[in-house]
Design a binder for this molecule. Structure first.
Ligand code: ADP
Length: 173
């Protein structure tokens, strides 16, 4: 049985991520999308929120499971019996970093190999950072993220706006 892991931050998950999930899930028996608990990044969504969003947007894919992990990807892969790590490549700029991570993972766990899927042309410009940037200015993100994600992203920024307004009122009084 071929089991793969697709690790990432997914903050938030985009159509680019979904494209990689759909294409790689057709190559293996099971694909585990694994949300990295990365405390260093100041996240928009909690790890639990990201797991439930990804579950919702992959509900149509029966061999896809979703979980979270911390520590090294190679160690987590070993613990769930995955021998393939899936990553997406958008541009040359992704390559150097991804190559280093892939080689490190192989040193940590020589049972694991990384496969890279090139991004679909439609999503080569797309990143979670772009989604957050556009949403923070109230822009249209419907071309970037699946339906279940749209309102959740806007809700995060609305809450921030309300907090700012409340703070301003307090200051003005
Ligand atoms: P990380 O912090 O691990 O880079 P991301 O959530 O940004 O987490 O990305 C997870 C993986 O998905 C990475 O391999 C990244 O290159 C890939 N990826 C992100 N956006 C796209 C996209 N638009 N097209 C293809 N792959 C993508």
């Amino acid at each position: 049985m071929k089991k793969a892991i697709y690790p990432g931050s997914f903050d938030p998950p985009t159509f680019g991520h979904l494209d990689i999930i759909e294409r790689s899930s057709r190559m293996v028996d099971e694909l585990n999308v694994a949300v990295l608990k990365n405390n260093a990044k100041n996240p928009l969504f909690s790890v639990g929120e990201r797991v439930s969003i990804i579950k919702e947007m992959t509900a149509h894919l029966p061999n896809v499971t979703v979980s979270s992990f911390d520590g090294l990807t190679a160690d987590y892969a070993r613990s769930i019996g995955a021998t393939i790590v899936v990553r997406g490549l958008r541009a040359v700029t992704d390559f150097e970093y991804e190559l280093q991570i892939a080689q490190t993972n192989h040193v940590v766990n020589d049972q694991v190999d990384t496969i890279f899927l090139t991004t679909s042309l439609l999503y080569s410009y797309l990143s979670s950072t772009i989604v957050k940037e556009v949403a923070s200015y109230g822009g249209d993100i419907s071309k970037f993220v699946p339906e279940p994600v749209i309102d959740r992203v806007y809700a995060k920024y609305q809450k921030d706006d309300m907090r700012t307004d409340a703070d301003n009122q307090t200051i003005n009084r």
